[in-house]
Design a protein around this ligand. Structure first.
Ligand code: AHR
Length: 497
């Protein structure tokens, strides 16, 4: 059981856009109320945001955060969330059937993101609203002063424009669950006209056109072909969303799900390039994988939640060790497509299908998936190199020829650091790996981080951290070759300097 890998500086895929390590905060469950914002907690800032949560988000180094939804945005009136807090309305929130108190809105969220050092990817409502609300929100956020909406922002205490660069033209508009679902023709026209008006307000923004909600949608990839036909000239990105689960307890198949993700990315790239050719365009469309994660553990519990409360515990997946392995594999998949996937958002960030959990008013902790995300965000910056991989393979329920070894390599030229991310999908056996790094003369092994556990179902709780990485991996370097034995079912980060 041995895999061979060749890595060389010359095999460049592309510079990694750090925004692939983005995440997502939606007004959903306890993401905002009881998550990032919790006036009942002993340590908050003057706006009511929790300090411990800020620190955990900062530790992850999240470069961009999508906000305020998700399905939520398709029924959201952004005006409800600005101005004096005491006069903001409480609304029925139809996407998740809760009550939205509007204590947190655009300005508070922008202030929070600024403090933790993250950009915001703002979404506009193309479900119940359209061109007018979108251009007004953009004017409110980005125009310096001297106009109705920009002066309103200033009167709300935010003198300087927020300068939000990235904007999503709606959310999952292909989904029957979406408030104001559209046909591809309807969405394409509306998104184009909205984008056109928005770029008149601020030509420096970047726009994301809605792609399919998953590979399983009946309209995929026709949706992309039709909508991009309308939005190609105004959009800079097309979105992809995908969640996986291990409902039937087949872990070998579950860990192979990155093959589906890879296929999704390739299909969307082909569709974008088809539209490009059709339009005789010189512009390349990039991919924003702005919702991705494991999501299934909480599905049953969510059917039992009473409607019309503020911040109920929705989508609170408790992640296990194998989920962390798949999350690592998904991050590797982005790195392998660094030339086209320029943004991605782990959905979501706090409490709702999230790496960070909190007790309302109490403790916070790291879920298992926190770690691969942290490692990729911290060490996966630089140039993504194409490793040449020869790995033993297996057949799973839905996939054939699944390599046991999944790997991506990032070369940080500035720091003179090379990082090999490696997932051993074998559930019973260790995997010997030999990696040719002769092109990196003078480099030494700096660290071999390993996330491993005998129990694929092990979880972390507020009281116990059962799944956490150690730095005692076996990687050794001799004569330009790294050799190591990767433990069965393990996530590895081998750092050379
Ligand atoms: O992230 C949870 C939900 O998943 C989002 O609101 C929606 O866009 C997707 O269906």
């Amino acid at each position: 059981n041995k895999a061979r890998v060749v890595v060389d500086k010359a095999f460049r895929i592309a510079e990694v856009d750090k925004r692939i390590y983005g995440s997502f905060i939606e007004h959903l469950g306890r993401a905002v109320y009881g998550g990032i914002y919790d006036p009942s907690h002993p340590e908050t800032d003057s706006l009511g945001f929790r300090e411990d949560v800020k620190q955990l988000v900062q530790e992850l180094g999240v470069p961009i955060i999508r906000y305020p939804g998700g399905n939520f945005v398709s029924g959201y009136n952004w005006e409800d969330g600005v101005g004096p807090r005491e006069s903001r309305p409480r609304r029925l929130e139809l996407a998740w059937r809760t009550v939205e108190p509007n204590e947190v809105g655009t300005n508070e969220f922008m202030a929070w993101a600024k403090e933790i050092g993250s950009e915001v990817m703002m979404a506009v409502n193309l479900g119940t609203r359209g061109v007018d609300a979108a251009r007004n929100l953009l004017e409110y956020c980005n125009h310096p002063s001297g106009s109705y909406w920009s002066d309103l922002r200033r009167s709300h205490g935010y003198d300087q424009p927020h300068k939000v660069k990235t904007w999503c033209l709606g959310n999952e508009m292909d989904g029957p669950w979406q408030i104001g679902q559209k046909t591809p023709q309807e969405y394409g026209r509306l998104a184009y006209e909205t984008g056109k008006a928005m770029k008149l307000v601020d030509p420096d923004i970047e726009l994301v056109s809605c792609g399919s909600s998953s590979t399983g949608m009946p309209t995929f990839p026709e949706w992309e072909a039709i909508t991009l036909d309308h939005t190609y000239d105004v959009a800079d990105f097309v979105s992809l969303h995908q969640y996986y689960g291990n409902r039937d307890g087949d872990s070998a198949n579950f860990l192979a799900r990155t093959m589906d993700m890879d296929h999704f990315i390739r299909t969307v790239i082909s569709t974008c390039d088809y539209v490009k050719a059709k339009k005789r365009s010189k512009k390349t469309m990039y991919l924003s994988f702005d919702e991705w994660n494991v999501w299934y553990h909480s599905n049953d519990a969510d059917t039992k939640i009473d409607p019309w409360t503020v911040g109920p515990p929705q989508l609170e997946d408790v992640y296990n060790f194998e989920d962390a392995l798949l999350v690592g594999g998904m991050l590797i998949t982005f790195l392998k497509h660094a030339d086209r996937v320029k943004m991605a958002c782990l959905a979501q960030l706090v409490n709702v299908i999230a790496p960070i959990m909190t007790e309302t008013g109490g403790r916070s902790w790291k879920q298992t998936i926190f770690y691969p995300y942290l490692h990729a965000s911290r060490y996966g910056r630089g140039v993504s190199l194409q490793p040449i991989v020869d790995s033993p393979k297996y057949d799973a329920q839905d996939y054939t020829d699944v390599p046991y070894l999944e790997t991506a390599v990032v070369y940080n030229e500035e720091e003179e650091e090379l990082t090999i991310f490696a997932l051993n999908r074998h559930l019973e056996e260790a995997l010997d790996v030999e990696c040719d790094v002769r092109g990196f003369e003078g480099y030494q092994i700096a660290e071999h981080i390993v996330l491993e556990n005998d129990d694929l179902k092990a979880v972390n709780t507020a009281a116990e951290e059962n799944v956490k990485p150690h730095s005692h991996g076996s990687a050794a370097l001799k004569d330009g070759f790294v050799s190591t034995r990767l433990s069965k079912a393990s996530w590895n980060v081998i750092r050379l300097k």
